[in-house]
Write a protein that binds this ligand. Structure first.
Ligand code: AMP
Length: 229
């Protein structure tokens, strides 16, 4: 069911790696009937396809570092332009912006209505991501603790052996949290707070609980903004 509020159609999702952004983004995109752009997926596809951008991005991703600004901005600009061309009813953007420079670049491309922060503490992030497994064939994502496959480390959907992302080891996860999130994203979060665009959600709990909080917060904001929830 699409939400009836015209006020929140261009949404960026913020939160540490492992906050559950991907899972919540997919649900929310369906719920709001908005196209979803997942920056990490676009980058991983470029790496898999061996494009010039993918070849440059790979080393940074394997080390848990941010891919250089120009590369990511070009990728996002292209994805947003495609959405504009296809009708431009809004978007849900996962994984971008991750710092102030990227937020400024985004302002040059489009404006946003809400920055939705899914907040999860560091220990929980390391615990969750170390248990994440992915299917490289069909892209399905599992968690050995919270959403395990039916057969030991085998994809329910296509039968492929599940793998661990090279950047999901405890050491790289801790670095992604400290460098990408604490150093890079905190000033960004603060700037969205000052602009009145930040909506912060407690990301600890089941997928359903967190999704419920997100929908209620967006509807509350919608009603507060004079929209029709
Ligand atoms: P994610 O799937 O969102 O955890 O992203 C995986 C990796 O892709 C990150 O660790 C970064 O190396 C890279 N990446 C994703 N989004 C961005 C971004 N906005 N800017 C720079 N690098 C990014």
């Amino acid at each position: 069911m699409a939400m009836g509020c015209a006020g929140a159609k261009r949404i960026v999702l913020l939160g540490p790696p492992g906050a559950g952004k991907g899972t919540q983004a997919e649900r929310l995109a369906r719920h709001l009937d908005l196209p979803l752009i997942v920056t990490g997926d676009l980058l991983r596809a470029a790496v898999r396809e061996g494009t010039p951008l993918g070849r440059q991005a790979k080393a940074y991703m394997d080390r848990g570092e941010l891919v250089p600004h120009e590369l990511v901005v070009a990728l996002i600009r292209e994805a947003l332009q495609k959405i504009e061309v296809e009708g431009g009813k809004g978007f849900l953007l996962d994984g971008f912006p991750r710092n102030l420079a990227q937020a400024q670049a985004l302002e040059g491309i489009t404006s946003i209505d809400v920055a939705l922060l899914i907040d999860v503490p560091r220990e929980e992030v390391v615990r969750r991501l170390s248990a994440r497994r992915v299917c490289e064939r069909c892209g399905r994502v599992y968690n050995l603790l919270t959403q395990p496959p039916q057969r030991d480390e085998i994809c329910d959907a296509c039968g492929e052996k599940l793998t661990q992302r090279s950047d999901d080891t405890p050491e790289v996860v801790a670095k992604r949290f400290d460098v990408q999130y604490n150093q890079e994203a905190q000033p960004l979060i603060e700037s969205y707070r000052q602009k009145g665009l930040l909506l912060s959600i407690d990301g600890v709990g089941s997928v359903e609980e967190v999704f419920g909080r997100i929908v209620r917060a967006l509807e509350g904001r919608c009603a507060g903004a004079g929209g029709s929830p």
